[in-house]
Ligand binder design. Structure first.
Ligand code: VGL
Ligand code: ZN
Length: 198
């Protein structure tokens, strides 16, 4: 079975001192680099937002980061401004090996809709194109690593399992934001969807 490694959002803004820092987010970089040597297809994702993205609390009068608002596609957590396209915060962590990547997929680039998953935007219907790429290459088995376990990794894993891929999440190569129990909830959903958490 052909396998791919999907490296989710290992970007400066999700690492210590970043705008939306995930605790110890940078610790996973050496392990991810090593794993790239063992898997024949490597895909990197990049959270990539315009400066006025609707997921930013600064775009909503009277709201603060981590408040929840209703968007046309459902509830949306508001975040500090992060991963603004072209900024240093949106760049990959400087130690992450990017040369082994066959594909870099960007997501969240439409102002009005967020995209946690590497497969679908948060409306759950607009595809990013990643599914087609993987299927075209005959890839059936995915290993997911990166940031953050309870948001972009979790939603990517759930979508991948629903699409019929065989999905493993390497918990040792992920780190979580853990907002109000979101890590436990994400792990429960992943297990129920048949994702292997190892
Ligand atoms: C992410 C929140 C907002 C992530 C991206 O990569 O998990 N989380 N944008
Ligand atoms: Zn984002």
């Amino acid at each position: 079975m052909t396998q791919a490694l999907i490296v989710i959002d290992v970007q400066n803004d999700f690492c210590p001192d970043g705008a939306l820092a995930v605790p110890s987010g940078d610790e996973i970089v050496p392990g991810i680099n090593a794993l790239m040597q063992q898997i024949p297809c490597v895909v990197l994702t990049q959270d990539w937002h315009p400066g006025d993205h609707a997921s930013f609390a600064t775009q909503h009068a009277g709201k603060s980061p981590y408040d929840i608002v209703d968007m046309p596609y459902g509830p949306q957590v508001l975040w500090p401004d992060h991963c603004v396209w072209g900024s240093a915060g949106a760049a990959f962590h400087p130690d992450l090996h990017t040369d082994p990547a066959d594909l870099i997929i960007r997501k969240g680039f439409r102002r009005e809709v967020d995209s946690y998953s590497a497969f679908f935007e948060n409306d759950h219907v607009t595809p990013t194109g990643l599914e087609g790429y993987l299927r075209n290459r005959g890839i059936e088995r995915l290993t997911l690593v990166g940031l953050a376990t309870d948001f972009c990794v979790g939603y990517s894993a759930l979508d991948a399992a629903r699409l019929g891929f065989d999905v493993t999440v390497r918990r040792d190569l992920c780190r979580a934001i853990d907002l109000d129990g979101s890590l436990a909830a994400a792990e429960k959903s992943m297990r129920e969807a048949g994702v292997a958490l190892v």
